[in-house]
Design a protein around this ligand. Structure first.
Ligand code: MRU
Length: 321
């Protein structure tokens, strides 16, 4: 991804340490968080220094490098960080397998990260095939380079379409409570892709008024029947899209597909801290007594999905528009 004209990745390994763009500080400050050991890496994932399913997976492979002296403990502490994104568990299992086969930990981790970047680029190329010149596209959360190390999943399709000269316009849902829409805004601004951030509640308004031609989101875990978990609010966007005959696509690499579960009811949904709702930019916006519920994800049934954009191909789904 470009930041002030230079190429960056969301995270990288340097001199025995994991470096991560601190996503808690964006879009206002570009700061680098250093993880010197597996505990730091677990903190970074849990506290959302790094976030987004493929990027969490990438952080975890380097976490396994940092904690290579006690793999059992390391895998355990990393597995406990966040429950919903499949990539985290996929990445840890990948590293365990490589280490078992006697491979060098750092080489294996680097290969994993290069591979996920290539896969994201291919997702972008596949997604570009269904994006027509002039389209207005809605996306939810941040499924960009920050969430995947580079390119993104949903945003990879948008990047490639833009690279090919298609004139597109992106609506980025603000994505309460953590405002990942601002991360999408930040990435699109750098790429000079025309866009606007909208309140989550406004997506239906734009869909009904014919101002959105397609919805593309990422995913955190996809069950065998195509039900998928993604950032909270995705489900309602999918339902409104169907109501308005707007195609709804999910962009995700194979590492997000969980072949061990039949349907979305088996996906564990993370509930996060009250503070995410009650405090914005260190400013408290709710009285102390206000109780909240804060699920970080919801599950969208596959019947709302037009297709899954993967690195291999676009898997068309059941929806009748
Ligand atoms: O809680 P987050 O920010 O880690 O949420 C995960 C996501 O980034 C999104 O759900 C995204 O759309 C899928 S991951 C590319």
């Amino acid at each position: 991804m470009k930041i002030k004209g230079k190429q960056w990745r969301a995270l990288w390994f340097e001199n025995g340490e994991l470096k991560l763009i601190d996503q808690r500080k964006l879009p206002y400050n570009l700061e680098i968080f250093t993880a010197k050991n597996v505990e730091d890496c677990a903190f970074a994932i849990k506290e959302m220094v790094v976030r987004g399913a493929p990027a969490i997976g990438a952080a975890a492979v380097y976490g396994m490098v940092l904690g290579k002296d006690n793999i059992k403990y390391t895998a355990e502490i990393l597995r406990k960080t966040r429950p919903t994104a499949n990539d985290l568990f996929f990445a840890i299992d990948y590293m365990i397998e490589k280490i078992k086969n006697g491979e060098n930990e750092l080489n294996a981790a680097n290969e994993y990260v290069e591979d996920i970047i290539n896969r994201c680029r291919r997702i972008g190329e596949n997604g570009d095939k269904i994006i027509k010149d002039g389209m207005k596209i809605l996306t939810h959360c941040n499924a960009g380079a920050l969430a995947t190390v580079d390119y993104g999943t949903a945003l990879a399709t948008i990047r490639i379409a833009h690279e090919k000269g298609k004139k597109i316009f992106v609506y980025a849902d603000e994505t309460r409570p953590r405002l990942q829409g601002l991360l999408t805004d930040w990435e699109l601004e750098e790429e000079k892709i025309p866009h606007a951030v909208i309140a989550d509640n406004a997506a239906g308004y734009f869909m009904k008024n014919g101002e959105i031609d397609m919805v593309i989101t990422g995913a955190d875990r996809i069950a065998k029947n195509g039900d998928f978990a993604n950032k909270i609010g995705t489900y309602e966007k999918a339902v409104i899209a169907k109501e308005n005959n707007i195609p709804f696509y999910v962009a995700a690499p194979i590492s997000t597909f969980d072949k061990s579960i039949e349907d979305g009811s088996q996906i564990k949904i993370e509930e996060r801290d009250r503070k995410e709702l009650a405090v914005i930019n260190e400013k408290t916006i709710m009285p102390e007594w206000t109780k909240v519920r804060n699920p970080a994800f919801d599950v969208t049934p596959s019947k709302y999905v037009t297709g899954y954009i993967t690195e291999e191909k676009i898997i068309e789904k059941l929806i009748e528009l």
